[in-house]
Design a protein around this ligand. Structure first.
Ligand code: UDX
Length: 435
């Protein structure tokens, strides 16, 4: 099928490549000319495992191209909207200007019978509003939220765990379902669970899923706070409650909390939208989820300050990790980068290391010290702070690290290190919510 993908960021670049990989003829469109040039030459503009290979094989097959010209969307039967919906500056609400602009620019290119498919995360009610001008062009709008996780984006797109189609009622809706089933033929054949629903439900499914995940993380982080004043161990608590299949162990890792381009802004946008709808009280708890999450960052900073006594000013702090999670170079709302910035603000001499995110972090916070060399990062460190659980940090030999660092305190902001091994090597090991 001929497909256009409007917006080639994390979501769109992966979606365009994956759709071409599945056999469709795809054009990816973005207004950012350098990004389009990079993608067209088969290079991924960000770190995402598997994307460079998928991108190159799709381009080589002749099924994938990129363009800055929206006119190249004409002739496609299905048009995906995959632009960003960041948090508005100075507000909790989502900034819809890119979605609005994408739809406006697409309208003149639409032919009767085309299907426009929204993938961006939007406040409930957006699709119903956007459907009017699209239907006036003889096309149909569907909302098909994306649940991909960074670091697993290609496999999550090629083999999704569920499909959600928000479609209008009647014949137009049926046609939309048939077209989407053709697009996702391989997932449909694999009997991927499918929910066909209305626009509002489809929009809400996405924000509800992210709100639930954020709540689960903040729940266990709240338990970590209680563990800290009682001497309990939150990791054992998580294991024990996780054995209950109704609860499950996934997303119960206490630590420095969640970040990234989705969870934080999605729960805030959800709160803002609920307030607009007069139902702010239904999601007041999400404000608490956000507060617990932000408090965990300060907890890591406080542990470092305490470990250093009053010698923080000029002390060398080795910060292991900058991306919001491993296997990503994304530093948007990253707890790791935030901790580094806070420590620097208190006068510490911060040297931060990350396998992929140093350049993105440096572009936002050039005031921090950065390194790509682990030995140099650890050398003469007065305290070591792990904030992103990259495998290369988990595998650090504590005996080797002790020969380099000046201090002997390791703060494990992800509860990921072997506490006994570090203690045996002479370190003071401090986890979050652990004795
Ligand atoms: C998330 C959703 O998982 C995905 O379905 C949606 O499409 C986009 O948002 P992503 O932002 O890639 O995906 O990250 P995710 O793997 O969900 O992790 C989010 C944050 O939570 C990370 O900062 C991670 O470190 C943190 N986290 C996760 C925890 O602190 N504890 C956990 O137990 C799990």
């Amino acid at each position: 099928m001929k497909i256009s993908v409007i917006g080639c960021g994390y979501l769109g670049a992966v979606h365009a490549s994956a759709m071409a990989e599945l056999g469709h003829e795809v054009v990816g469109i973005d207004t950012d000319a350098p990004k389009v040039a990079m993608l067209a030459s088969g290079r991924a503009p960000f770190f995402e495992p598997g994307l460079p290979e998928t991108l190159r094989s799709a381009i080589d097959s002749g099924r994938l191209r990129f363009s800055t010209d929206i006119a190249d969307a004409a002739g496609s039967r299905v048009h995906f909207i995959a632009v960003g919906t960041p948090q508005q500056p100075g507000s909790n609400a989502a900034d819809l200007r890119y979605v609005e602009a994408a739809v406006q620019s697409l309208l003149p290119q639409l032919a009767a019978g085309d299907l426009v498919v929204g993938k961006s995360t939007v406040p409930v009610g957006t699709a119903a509003r956007l459907a009017e001008p699209i239907e006036a062009s003889g096309a149909t709008l569907a909302w098909n939220p994306e649940f991909l996780r960074e670091g697993f984006a290609v496999q999550d797109t090629v083999r999704p765990d569920r499909l959600v189609y928000g479609v209008p009622s009647g014949e137009a809706g049926e046609r939309a379902v048939n077209l989407l089933n053709e697009v996702y033929a391989s997932a449909v054949v694999a009997r991927t669970p499918l929910v066909v629903t209305d626009y509002a439900t489809a929009e809400l499914v996405k924000v509800a899923a992210n709100a639930f995940l954020a709540t689960k993380i903040s729940f266990i982080n709240a338990m970590a706070e209680i563990a800290e004043v009682t001497g309990a161990d939150v990791t054992q608590l998580a294991d024990a409650i996780g054995f209950d299949s109704r609860i499950g162990r996934k997303f119960l890792n206490a630590g420095v909390g969640f970040g990234g381009g989705c969870l934080p802004k999605d729960i805030r946008a959800f709160t803002a939208r609920a307030e607009e709808l007069g139902r702010g009280d239904s999601v007041t708890f999400l404000k608490e989820v956000d507060s617990i999450n932000l408090r965990r960052r300060q907890r890591v900073v406080d542990l470092a300050v305490t470990a250093l006594g009053d010698r923080l000013h000029g002390a060398k702090v080795a910060v292991l990790g900058l991306s919001f999670k491993p296997h990503s170079d994304d530093v948007r709302d990253s707890p790791a980068l935030d901790v580094a910035v806070r420590l620097h603000g208190l006068g510490a001499d911060v040297v931060a290391i990350d396998p992929e995110a140093v350049e993105n972090a440096r572009a936002r916070h050039p005031q921090l010290g950065y390194s790509t060399d682990l030995e140099q990062t650890l050398r003469d460190a007065d305290v070591v702070v792990l904030v992103t659980e990259w495998p290369q940090f988990r595998e650090i030999d504590p005996v080797w690290a002790a020969t380099l660092a000046r201090g002997r305190t390791i703060i494990d902001g992800r509860n990921t290190l072997d506490a006994t091994g570090w203690r045996d090597a002479g370190w003071t090991y401090l986890g979050l919510g652990r004795p």
